[in-house]
Write a protein that binds this ligand. Structure first.
Ligand SMILES: [Ca+2]
Ligand SMILES: [Ca+2]
Ligand SMILES: [Ca+2]
Ligand SMILES: [Ca+2]
Length: 405
């Protein structure tokens, strides 16, 4: 090898290494991801005039939150159905079924793309029904399905859609005989819209005979989670249960920490974070505005402390919009959005490689650890340096070999 050639290669290598090293030391950008959980209030107009007792769910095919019925706080129970577009912060009134529902339950069957509501009262202490109605947002149509077999007329029961098996699961509820006697239920039923069939699943083990509990389906774990509820004695329950449809089996999960005994609360599954989100309800200290998260995989509940919250309330449920990763909650004149999840922030800082950020880990060390994505700047520099030393060594050997020859 000619001396000039070796010199040229050596010069080019040094220039490249210096350029790379220099450019990296001037601008170092990184991404910090942290877990955030905050409520945000919006004032869309028009909006539903429902203060509480509304039914709410999310149609994921149409990307709309559907809110049906509800009490206006001034003596009227609404017969309206409204659809909320989270992306555009817009409510739109849709077709009314011509009746209202109180202490009923609602679920969305994603395979059939239909909303289902079963049972409840037609008014406060009106007529107790055992009707199964479906609503199709796309066609804007209601239909009374009139299945031959069905659960008893009841109130305070809860439903959740078991996505993997395409069935709506119903548990609990009270039947009132009209003479001040209530008959709490402990039956687990499944409903298949496609065949319009209710089936009593006759589980051997099941939660207590509760009403006004809450249920949500964890799609990642393929399980329904149930928490809380009220007994016929009016006592509230502090139990976390799971239902597995394939095994047709309820299990009391007995986590070490749980929310206080609660009824009239609401639970949804945050698919983005694989967490169940519990909001509100009534505890021994009254109406609550608390947010709790439950992770089935670790069997742990954690209380969260957002800086703001909607007023403490009972029977003011939330729905989860998977496309926006937001929980939607309605108060007259206000629509509240809650988000729990990772937020990625871009930083531009020459100190990125040595930066350490910690967010609120006081109540949840396992979930709130922040991570800093590119902390590899120092190692990149180290690789460049090693490469440079290696090249120097290589050239020294070649020059030495040439001299020996
Ligand atoms: Ca739809
Ligand atoms: Ca279906
Ligand atoms: Ca899970
Ligand atoms: Ca989330």
């Amino acid at each position: 090898m000619k001396k000039e050639k070796i010199g040229l290669i050596f010069f080019l290598q040094i220039t490249i290494v210096l350029l790379i090293t220099f450019s990296n030391s001037v601008v170092v950008s990184g991404e910090i991801s942290e877990i955030t959980y905050e409520w945000e209030s919006k004032t869309p107009s028009p909006s539903p005039q429902s203060e509480n007792n509304y039914l709410i769910t999310y149609d994921n095919e149409s990307d709309r939150v559907l809110l049906f019925s509800g009490y206006d706080g001034a003596g009227t129970v609404s017969q309206e159905l409204w659809a909320y577009d989270t992306d555009n912060n817009m409510w739109e009134e849709r077709a009314s079924p011509g009746f209202s529902r109180v202490w009923s339950s609602i679920a969305y069957d994603s395979e059939s793309d239909l909303l289902v509501t079963y049972g409840g009262y037609t008014e406060f202490w009106g007529t107790q029904t055992s009707e199964t109605w479906i609503y199709d947002y796309n066609a804007d149509q209601w239909q009374n399905k009139q299945p031959t077999t069905r659960p008893t007329a009841m109130l305070g029961h809860q439903m959740a859609y078991y996505d993997s098996l395409d069935r709506i699961i119903l548990y609990g509820g009270f039947y009132f005989d009209g003479a001040e006697n209530d008959y709490p239920q402990s039956e687990t039923w499944s409903y298949d819209i496609n065949s319009n069939t209710w089936t009593n699943l006759q589980t051997v083990i099941h939660p207590q005979k509760v009403a006004f509990h809450s249920m949500a389906y964890d799609s990642e774990s393929d399980k329904i989670i149930l928490f809380g509820g009220m007994l016929s004695s009016n006592a509230k329950v502090q139990e976390t249960w799971t239902y597995d449809f394939t095994a047709n089996n309820w299990t009391n999960l007995q986590p070490t920490i749980q929310p206080p005994a609660t009824a009239f609360h609401s639970m949804v599954y945050d698919a983005e974070s694989d967490q169940i989100i519990l909001f509100g309800g009534e505890t021994s200290t009254g109406a609550s505005d608390a947010i709790w998260l439950y992770d089935y995989n670790t069997n742990e509940w954690w209380k969260k402390y957002p800086t703001s919250a909607p007023p403490a309330s009972i029977l003011r449920p939330i729905a989860y919009d998977i496309q926006s990763d937001r929980c939607i909650h309605q108060e007259i004149g206000k629509t509240w959005l809650f988000r729990y999840g990772e937020e990625v922030k871009t930083t531009e800082n020459s100190e990125t490689s040595s930066m350490e950020i910690t967010t609120d880990t006081s109540d949840d060390p396992s979930l709130d650890e922040s991570t800093i994505e590119p902390t590899t700047q120092s190692s990149t520099n180290w690789y460049l340096f090693s490469g440079f030393v290696g090249q120097m060594l290589f050239l020294t050997i070649i020059i030495r070999k040439k001299h020996i020859r």
